[in-house]
Design a protein around this ligand. Structure first.
Ligand code: ADP
Ligand code: MG
Length: 229
């Protein structure tokens, strides 16, 4: 599963906030790693170690102060804001701790939303949305609103939405952080299943037990990254 060219290549990534001012913070101090297609990798580290900063770079939400990032072979330094937004839409499926679903829309409408932005015709939207809900085991919940779903079901809707454009990278920031441990376990099993279907998963967490479920763990500490034993 994890052969071939890396889907994520990071070389010497640095991120400095408020550079050159008294408030300057060096959040990343030259971070290098590769993630190959089909890998399930956890990035772990304590609060303030730079995990969110790194996630923003991996997710093409921000650009590094120095270093090089190739996202599925594309050098982000070559892109303007619009190009970065397009790359994000094509390459990254985001999953967050707080689900980020729109409460007045059905599960299916939430899942189809990225296709609406991409200009896909309604009949195809619906077909693909239902298929994505099927992939996460929620065929029978398409018309339910988020408030009518459990936390675990809401997170599965969010994962279906993240998958709808078939992005090569699924990027999850503390995806089990708002769930009880049994429900969190179901979500981790779903990630494992998606991985065996060929998806690349990058999971960011402060919880060593969650990280242990990945194939490989990268540990952030004070803006530096090390492969964990
Ligand atoms: P984590 O997600 O591991 O808690 P962060 O990436 O959020 O860590 O933060 C790393 C460091 O960068 C911290 O010292 C934090 O205070 C600082 N930081 C994060 N975002 C900003 C920002 N927008 N402006 C200034 N400093 C920031
Ligand atoms: Mg964070």
């Amino acid at each position: 599963m994890s052969s071939g060219t890396p889907v994520i290549q990071a070389e010497g990534l640095r991120k400095v906030y408020s550079e050159g001012t008294p408030a300057e913070v060096v959040a990343l101090r030259g971070v290098s790693f590769d993630i190959r297609h089909g890998e399930f990798v956890a990035i772990i580290g304590p609060s303030g170690s730079g995990k969110s900063t790194l996630m923003n770079l991996i997710g093409c939400l921000d650009t590094p102060s120095a270093g090089r990032y190739l996202c599925d072979g594309v050098d982000v330094a070559s892109l303007d804001a619009a190009g970065l937004a397009r790359l994000r839409l094509e390459k990254i499926g985001f999953v967050f701790q707080g689900f980020h679903l729109l409460s007045r829309m059905s599960a299916l409408d939430n899942v189809m939303l990225p296709l609406t932005y991409a200009g896909v015709p309604p009949s195809e939207r619906r077909e693909r949305g239902l298929r994505a809900l099927h992939e996460v085991g929620l065929d029978d919940r398409a018309s339910h609103r988020p408030t009518e779903l459990s936390g675990g079901q809401q997170q599965r809707v969010a994962i279906a939405r993240a998958l709808i454009n078939h992005p090569p990278i699924l990027l999850a920031d503390e995806p089990t952080g708002a769930l009880d441990s049994r429900t969190g376990e179901e979500i981790l099993k779903l990630f494992k299943r998606l991985q065996s279907g060929g998806h690349t998963i990058v999971l960011i967490t402060h919880d060593p037990e969650v990280a242990a479920r990945a194939d490989r763990v990268l540990a952030m500490h004070d803006g530096e990254l090390k492969e964990a034993a």
